[in-house]
Ligand binder design. Structure first.
Ligand code: ADP
Ligand code: MG
Length: 703
């Protein structure tokens, strides 16, 4: 049952009306009473004490004053027009100033009246002022009963200038809260959970978040609402997962045959790490049960995901099916193709290669051989997704660096096989913080390779400013003299940014001057080059014919040249943490000590500095991902942008990891005991979920 009151359109709330309703919809996506009620304040201000004007300093922060408005006038004209007032208490005078909504504010204030004023003190010229203070007429009666903590809501300039400022918002909420009954907001968490976790029930928590009477009440309300949000999310994700498992059948791969065995016994070039073995076991279990696999494989750069992919493809072959491996770039696809054909040499396995650059006869041949079943494995880019790519029987689709593909693109792989979709394995080297993975991928199975192959020396990372460039060049020359190779990477975030390209080209010239031919050979690689030129340059570097590779981030993904031991990153401050980590992962792949040198200007933003410090401090991808989450928030992390799931109202995945963990565990436990939520003690939960299904549309699978 949904509440009639809360489903009412926002224009019908007293004090809103059609014009303000439009604003609410446009600016805040508030359409109904419920939307307004559930937009929680992001902080509260303490209104228990009044400051004395004479004692204010530029560092006083937000203060509450009580004084008489002495003067108010608009000064300046045009864009510079502003409203200036003077407030006096028995200790002194301070200036109040407004730049927006000038006439509206001027009309609503009256000289000579006593006001309660709230705002942030700033230094202005030699004195102090408060810009855009909240003003309320002082009312001796009200001040006795007024709440001590007042809510502050996120707002926009438009809302503020049209009179829907924080005070108006509070009034609307008071109006609404007076009308809300327990029937409108029935409890949605089972009673035993509330008792166990000592949480307030729903309606009191909603009162408590908007107008708490004490800090304790506010804390309890927050905790309850965060838990509620995360718990409901987890229950939904887990239900989705079990629903999917029940509904999507898959091919049964129960054979381990000669392809796998021959390769594993005779060809495999190294012993698998324990983590690789565990992951393969997890995947094998999935493949054997007749339900489509939908598994995410996380493993830091260099952890050996390719080998896992190869072994899984061999299992598909042993069961009579084809397999494909899709990579986000041509370079990476080619490397996979090379590695895998080399690995499979001498075995009776046909491997094809398909990208946008495979054309004409070669293309036709691949397509025909795929359709006839002559090819067992195909490796390529998103060209594999095209409709004319038909398989005889695709049983396993693997996507590398999955975050580079859109959700919709990945979905197209599902249609390449009949009667069931292929098993899907998506691999990513972008470690996702646990809290985020639990939410973002809560309905997926996740395997983690949390161990690097033996013998790797951690990369030494240092930060150097541009003034040290000559010494850095000197160091690079020493390394080259030892027979090593070097990457120099420039940011090229948007491949179309001309300025970036100019940076790269100038950098290339500078490198050529510092490292002259014939003693040194330099490769260059960027996204604008023709495929054939890229291949040529890449091949020269892989073969060791060039010592330096000057490149943009096209080398970021997957490229593997074990002899490269130095990664120099230019303009480091322009890269995100996960990208830096990816880039650093290109070195440290051989037996030699490797280095990552982060170049930057002398001046850095606080965040830029923190990113660089994080990189110098740790090599652990998960630790870096956690730092990234803290610095940027979940919405900006790579791979999460399209995820509506992260539009949380109150919980914060970077900070509320413990609550999330509890919510996840309890949700798992409850659904294990009562999968359909039919037990009377879970009735409130079930009826809430049934009544709030629509928020959940469009979620279900990531691959
Ligand atoms: P990523 O997980 O980043 O894709 P790769 O699959 O490219 O990593 O592996 C990185 C390197 O480690 C490759 O040269 C690969 O041959 C090697 N490698 C993978 N697994 C092992 C292992 N168990 N022992 C030794 N070397 C390994
Ligand atoms: Mg890889």
């Amino acid at each position: 049952m949904r509440s009639k009151l809360l489903d009412s359109p926002i224009e019908y709330l007293k004090g809103v009306g059609p014009a303000r309703a439009e604003l609410f919809k446009k600016e805040l996506s508030v359409f109904s009473f419920e939307d307004l009620l559930l937009q929680y304040p992001f902080r509260h201000v303490d209104r228990t004490t009044f400051h004395r004007i004479a004692e204010l300093t530029p560092d006083s922060g937000e203060v509450q004053l009580r004084g008489v408005l002495r003067r108010i006038e608009s000064v300046g004209g045009g864009a510079k027009k502003r409203l200036v007032g003077k407030l006096r208490d028995d200790s002194g005078v301070i200036e109040l100033v407004w730049f927006k909504g000038v006439s509206w504010i001027q009309n609503s204030l009256e000289v000579g009246k006593e006001y309660v004023v709230f705002g942030r003190v700033s230094a202005y010229g030699a004195g102090l002022n408060i810009a855009h203070p909240e003003m309320e007429e002082f009312d001796p009666e009200k001040s006795k009963t007024a709440p001590t903590l007042l809510p502050v809501y996120s707002s926009t300039e438009k809302l503020n200038s049209k009179g829907l400022d924080v005070r108006a918002r509070r009034r609307l909420l008071i109006e609404l809260l007076q009308r809300v009954t327990p029937d409108d907001l029935p409890e949605n968490l089972p009673d035993y959970l509330l008792k166990k976790l000592r949480l307030p029930s729903r309606l009191p928590a909603i009162y408590g978040i908007h107008f708490p009477k004490s800090q304790e009440e506010l804390d309890a309300a927050r905790k309850r609402l965060k838990f509620e949000e995360l718990f409901l999310l987890q229950v939904r994700l887990l239900q989705l997962k079990s629903g999917r498992q029940a509904s999507i059948k898959g091919y049964v791969f129960d054979q381990i045959g000669e392809n796998f065995n021959n390769y594993y016994k005779e060809k495999i070039p190294f012993e698998l790490t324990e983590a690789q073995k565990r992951v393969i076991k997890e995947i094998r279990r999935d493949l054997g049960v007749g339900i489509q696999m939908n598994r995410l494989l996380q493993g830091d750069v260099g952890s050996g995901k390719t080998m896992v992919a190869l072994l899984c493809m061999l299992i598909a072959l042993d069961n009579g099916y084809q397999a494909c491996l899709m990579a986000p770039t041509e370079i990476l696809a080619q490397q996979h193709f090379q590695t895998i054909t080399e690995n499979l040499e001498g075995l009776n396995i046909e491997v094809g290669y398909l990208t946008g650059n495979v054309k004409g006869k070669a293309r036709k041949a691949v397509l025909e051989r795929l359709e006839s079943g002559e090819l067992h494995i195909v490796i390529g880019t998103h060209a594999l997704l095209e409709d004319w790519v038909q398989f005889q029987n695709l049983g396993l689709a693997i996507t590398d660096e999955q975050h580079r593909f859109g959700v919709e693109q990945r979905g197209r792989l599902w249609n390449k096989s009949k009667p069931f979709p292929p098993h899907v394995l998506v691999m990513t080297a972008t470690p996702i913080p646990r809290t985020l993975a639990m939410t973002l991928y809560g309905d997926l199975d996740v395997s983690v390779i949390d161990e690097l192959p033996p013998g790797r020396k951690p990369v030494t990372t240092i930060h150097r400013t541009d003034s040290h460039r000559l010494r850095v060049f000197g160091f690079m020359k020493e390394q080259i003299a030892l027979g090593r190779q070097i990457y120099v990477v420039y940011p090229l975030i948007e491949e179309s940014e001309k300025l970036d390209l100019k940076n790269l080209e100038e950098g290339y010239e500078a490198i050529q001057r510092a490292f002259p031919m014939p003693e040194y050979q330099v490769s260059i690689l960027h996204g604008r080059m023709k495929a054939a030129d890229k291949d040529f340059e890449m091949a020269r570097f892989v073969k060791g014919e060039t010592q330096l590779m000057v490149a943009t981030t096209v080398i970021e993904v997957g490229v593997n040249v074990p002899n490269a031991s130095v990664m120099v990153i230019e303009n480091t401050e322009r890269f995100g943490l996960s990208q830096l980590h990816q880039l650093r992962g290109r070195v440290g792949r051989g037996a030699d000590q490797s280095y990552c040198i982060l170049m930057s200007g002398y001046k850095l933003t606080k965040e830029g500095r923190q990113r660089i410090e994080t990189m110098c401090h740790t090599n652990d991808g998960f630790e870096i991902a956690e730092a990234d989450l803290r610095l940027r928030g979940p919405g900006d992390l790579e791979g999460t942008q399209q995820s509506g799931i992260l539009n949380l109202k109150i919980a914060d995945l970077a900070r509320d990891g413990r609550i999330l963990q509890t919510a996840r565990e309890l949700a798992l436990h409850i659904l294990e005991q009562d999968p359909q939520l039919q037990h009377p003690s879970n009735a409130v939960l079930k009826s809430y979920l049934d009544a709030h299904k629509e928020v959940w549309k469009g979620w279900g699978r990531i691959s």
